[in-house]
Design a protein around this ligand. Structure first.
Ligand SMILES: *Cc1c(COP(=O)(O)O)cnc(C)c1O
Length: 217
């Protein structure tokens, strides 16, 4: 059995190789910790990972309490009635796909005196349920930038799950183009199954679960 520490070391090595091979900057790695144990997450945080991502608020709260400090990213679907608790538990919300979610986060951030980093989630995959349509992304980013308490720092997208690697690359290149229009410093694309294509398209942030932790419980 390989340990999380070994997986992290191997992944970061492969990532350096891929980024260098395509003359791309080295993306930051967010370890996606849904359905992983506190022990496994702590091991990742001791092995060179400093960012973690969770999809579900309650699960995150249960685990965060017993973890060392990390930059925490909310990557799940945001329900507006949970905005206050999400702002309290997380540093970044990557999954803002409609202005109502941004407004709820803005109110919560202001109430807690916090500046919250947010990304616009854009839908680039026909089977994905969430994410703003790409043609509305720029306007959504503008609307979010007008809200106090939020710092719009870029784009997040989930790649299409298809066998054709070129199709994945094209979808990510399209996301990168949309990111250029939105502005900011974070292009969050790439997961365990498609991070190489994401790196080639200019990803600055990968969200990696199974490649670091193995299959989810
Ligand atoms: C689960 C999840 C990931 C990580 O997926 P892996 O394939 O395990 O790397 C990344 N991003 C989002 C939004 C997720 O829900």
């Amino acid at each position: 059995m390989t340990s999380v520490a070994q997986n992290v070391a191997r992944f970061l090595r492969e990532l350096e190789g891929e980024a260098a091979a395509h003359a791309r900057p080295l993306p930051r790695v967010v370890a996606v910790t849904k359905r992983q144990s506190v022990e496994a997450i702590a091991e990742a945080l001791a092995s060179g990972i400093s960012d973690i991502g969770e999809n579900y608020l309650q699960e995150a709260r249960d685990k965060f309490a017993s973890l060392p400090p990390a930059r925490k990213h909310f990557i799940g679907h945001l329900q507006t009635n949970k905005a206050k608790a999400v702002v309290a538990a997380f540093d970044v919300v990557q999954s803002v796909d409609r202005i109502e979610a941004g407004e709820a986060l803005s109110r919560a951030a202001q109430a807690s005196g916090k500046a919250l980093d947010v990304l616009v989630q854009v839908n680039i995959s026909p089977v994905e349920r969430f994410g703003a349509p790409p043609e509305q992304a720029e306007r959504l980013a503008e609307g979010l930038r007008a809200l106090p308490g939020l710092r719009v720092d870029g784009l997040m997208a989930i790649g299409p799950v298809v066998p054709d690697r070129d199709e994945i690359l094209r979808a990510f290149e399209f996301a990168a183009k949309t990111f250029d229009h939105i502005g900011g410093s974070t292009l969050s694309i790439g997961m365990s199954g498609d991070w190489r294509e994401a790196v080639r398209a200019g990803s600055t942030m990968l969200r990696i679960g199974t490649a670091l932790f193995g299959p989810r419980n």
